[in-house]
Design a protein around this ligand. Sequence first.
Ligand code: HMG
Ligand code: MG
Length: 323
Amino acid sequence: MSTPELGLPMVVPAAGLPARVRIHEVGARDGLQNEKATVPTEIKAEFIHRLAAAGLTTIEATSFVHPKWVPQLADAEQLFPMLGDLDGVRLPVLVPNGRGLDRALALGARRVAVFASATESFAKANLNRTVDEALAVFDPVVARAKADRMHVRGYLSMCFGDPWEGPVPIHQVVRVSKALMDMGCDELSLGDTIGVATPAHVQDLLAELNEEGVPTSAIGVHFHDTYGQALANTLAALQHGVSTVDASAGGLGGCPFARSATGNLATEDLVWMLRGLGIETGVDLGLLTATSAWMATRLGRPSPSRTVRALSHEDRAQDQQEQ
Ligand code: HMG
Ligand code: MG
C-alpha cells in the first residue's frame, strides 16, 4: 500500500493480475470517427502528439477506409505524415481492404488492423459484405501485410450483442476469431461495439477462445461503455490474464454504423483503476486528463469520462483554495 498523491488513487495491489497493461489508445480513430463536425487535421495531429507526451505508446491514428463512409477520417493522407516525428510510438491504422492497405503502405504505416464482424447485420452495415465475404477480402490483405513484416491486428465487432440480432452466441464469435487468427493476425481485439457485455460473459468468451487454441496473450479487449460496464468487464478480462486493453481518451467514441454504440472505455478511468491496482501503464494521468479537457473544448462539450470530470473539478477546487 502507498500513500495517495493528490489526484491519484491509493495503490492497493490485487493478486493474480498482470504487472503491466499495454493501453491501445483509440481516441483519434474510434473516438473521432463519429464526430459530425470535421475536426481540423492539425487538431488531430496535436491530439495524437499530446497523447504520446502523456505516455501512450500505441495510438491508433486513423482509418484508410472509403472517405464517403467515414468523412471525418478522409484526411488520413494528410494526417499520417504529420506523425512522422513520434519515435517509438506505434501508430496502427485501420484498413478495410486491399485499397486501404495500399494507401497505408504508401505512407509507410507498419501496423494495420482489419475489422471483421461476428454478426451478418453489422458486416453488412459496416463493410457492405457478408461475414465470410469480408473474411475473404481480409485474407490477402493480411497475407500481404505479413509478407511485408507488418503487425496486423484483427478486430472483431459485436462479440457480445448486436443491435439488430440481439445476444450473439459464443460459438459464432469463436468461429470468426479463429478465422482471423488462422489468416495470420498477430492480435485479436474483442469488440463490445454496443457495450452490452457483463463480466462473466467476458470470462466465458475468453475461456472458450482458449479452449479453441487462441491464447490469452494474443487477445485485447475493446469495450464501449454504453451501459457503464466497461471497467467491470476490463477487470474480468485482467483476472483472466488479458494485458492489452483498448480505451479512448476522454471516453470519446461511437460507431457511425451502429447507432447504439456510445463512447469507448475512457482511458483516464482505466488508468485510474490500473494505478490503484498497482499495474504499470507508463501513462501520466495529469497530462492525459489535460489533453482530454483540451479536446473537449475543441469538440464543444464536456468529456463523458468520470475521471476527467473529477480531476477537472479537483483543479478548480484547488484554484479556488489558492485564491
Ligand atoms: P463498398 O461500397 O462495398 O466498396 O464499400 P467497393 O469495394 O464496392 O468499392 C467502391 C469504390 O470505393 C471503388 O471506387 C473503390 O476503389 C473505392 P471506384 O472504383 O468506384 O471509383 N474504395 C476505396 N477508396 C478508398 N479507400 C478504400 C476503398 N475501398 C474501396 N479503402 C468498404 C466497402 C469496405 C470500402 C466500405 O464499407 C468502408 O469503407 N467501410 C468502412 C467502415 C468503417 O470504417 N467503420 C468504422 C470502423 S469499425 C469500428 O469502429 C468497430 C471497432 O471499433 C471495434 C468495435 O467497436 O467493435 C473497430
Ligand atoms: Mg469500437
